[in-house]
Design a protein around this ligand. Structure first.
Ligand SMILES: *Cc1c(COP(=O)(O)O)cnc(C)c1O
Length: 477
């Protein structure tokens, strides 16, 4: 059966429930499932016409021991997690001008971003495990704007969980802020953090310090639902299968996914699907924060100053799932991953060369999309097809348009649209010379704007101490 191994290899493999509840491995590494389930072409043929939910059940069954989550419970958890979606099967939109290029809408969940795809399931799963032992957890997470609302929505009203989404002041959209502050649940505590020059990365460092203190972690019952959590990544395997079966001409053909890449939990989901035997390749598209582009094109994984972009959800300088990706690509060599991680942590940069660089690049084209190209892509797609992209979907579409020539002529592309445009009206106005089409509005956001708001405000310096106090108090209550 699959066990969950640490990328650093210094702690023993654990069962699925332990991996999901603890987030990080005991040695500070990230969990990766081993061995991976492998699918024959024949099995892929059998899966071809399954619905999204049926595929989710099949994929997750390969990663979750039935002794830990029996079939009936797994089915029930999946149904409950996706019942709040507008569409359970993510729509694939074929824009008329681009015959072999689909846009896959992963944002049809309750908070209008692709983070909902995995968050509801992960939080329901945690709640399910906690119920067995009647325990509680405090979920803290740094957010670049979409993880926070998804986690707030998923945890609202769950008595065993409190949720502490931390967001950098002024660096996410007003719409994303109200999605958190209007949630109106006593167990959800959004925190606006002031003074973060490196945005979410600054907050991540504080969160990492809290998690690094074992006694504090135990006392405050800390856990996380960012994409460090393997439960998130696993659920993000499913849409690669679903989109493949809807777009490939024949099972066995290669489909190329263009991914707006941030912390690369989503890319890791795709990588797991690929390693399971799905014939897919990737365009890894970042905004001007181009850590990944430098990695895939030059072999440098190096920390740089954050540059705020119009695709704010992927304003990330350290894509922390990279260690997981590296582990998968290098053939589960924890010693190698640890050596590279240590060097990066010492120097803020590491160069990966030779054969490992080749392995990392296999089946991946990378691109860094500047703001102007994001805006131009939003404008031209809207003008030519009437389809309104959000800035992150536009990063993916720009990725295809700029690199399609590097693939064979009949290649089929799927751009992952990761957020609803209603979350970013300011960027839409910028792209469309002030215009805000009707499709840039969403009733749930209009409603949140009118609701009463609640939230805490801390500076980055006081964040650690104030969080410790607040979480401590919440556990007494
Ligand atoms: C989180 C997010 C991404 C990036 O996903 P990762 O898994 O962090 O790479 C892309 N687009 C949107 C809208 C997001 O919220």
């Amino acid at each position: 059966m699959v066990r969950y191994h640490s990328t650093r290899g210094r702690s023993a493999p654990v069962a699925f429930d332990v991996a999901v509840l603890s987030g990080f491995a005991a040695d500070g590494g990230l969990f990766v499932p081993q061995p991976l389930p492998r699918l024959s072409i024949q099995r892929l043929e059998e899966w071809k016409s399954l619905s999204y939910l049926d595929l989710a059940r099949e994929v997750m069954r390969g990663y979750i021991d039935p002794a830990i989550v029996p079939d009936r419970d797994l089915e029930e958890l999946l149904e409950r997690s996706f019942s709040c979606f507008e569409y359970q099967d993510p729509p694939l939109v074929l824009t008329a001008e681009h015959k072999n290029h689909w846009i896959m809408e992963l944002f049809r969940g309750p908070t209008l971003s692709f983070k909902d795809v995995a968050m509801g399931f992960l939080v329901n799963l945690m709640d399910y495990f906690l119920a067995r032992t009647d325990e509680r957890l405090s979920l803290i997470l740094a957010t670049t704007g979409d993880t926070g609302p998804a986690a707030a929505y998923a945890t609202a009203g769950k008595s065993r969980l409190t949720c502490w989404p931390l967001y950098p002041a002024g660096m996410i959209s007003e719409e994303q802020v109200v999605q958190m502050t209007a949630i109106g649940a006593t167990n959800v505590h959004p925190v606006e953090v002031h003074g973060c020059p490196n945005g979410g990365d600054d907050i991540d460092l504080v969160v990492a310090r809290l998690f690094g203190d074992d006694s504090l972690k135990r006392r405050l019952k800390l856990s996380s639902v960012n994409s460090i959590n393997i439960g998130r990544v696993l659920m993000q395997v499913v849409h690669y299968f679903y989109g493949y079966f809807r777009t490939a001409e024949r099972v066995g053909d290669t489909v190329v996914y263009s991914i707006p890449a941030g912390a690369i939990g989503n890319l890791c989901g795709g990588e797991l699907a690929r390693a399971m035997g799905l014939p897919i390749e990737f365009i890894c598209a970042t905004n001007k924060n181009s850590t990944l582009h430098r990695l895939f094109s030059e072999g440098w994984f190096a920390k740089k100053q954050l540059q705020p972009s119009v695709a704010t959800a992927i304003d990330i300088v350290i894509p922390y799932n990279f260690w997981r990706f590296l582990y998968l690509r290098c053939g589960a060599k924890a010693g190698m991953v640890t050596r590279i991680t240590d060097e990066f942590e010492r120097n803020g940069s590491v160069h990966i060369d030779g054969q490992l660089q080749q392995l990392l690049r296999e089946g991946i084209v990378s691109i860094s999309v500047p703001d102007q190209l994001i805006l131009d892509t939003m404008r031209s797609t809207f003008a030519e097809t009437g389809y309104l992209l959000d800035p992150h979907g536009a990063v993916a579409v720009a990725g295809v348009e700029s690199s399609a020539h590097q693939f064979p002529g009949q290649t089929r592309f799927v751009s992952l649209a990761t957020a609803h445009p209603a979350k970013f009206p300011e960027v839409i106005r910028l792209a469309l010379s002030g215009e805000l089409p009707g499709s840039a509005l969403h009733p749930s956001i209009e409603k949140a704007k009118r609701a009463a708001s609640y939230g805490l405000h801390f500076s980055l310096e006081e964040l650690e101490q104030r969080l410790v106090e607040e979480i401590g108090n919440s556990l007494k209550g």
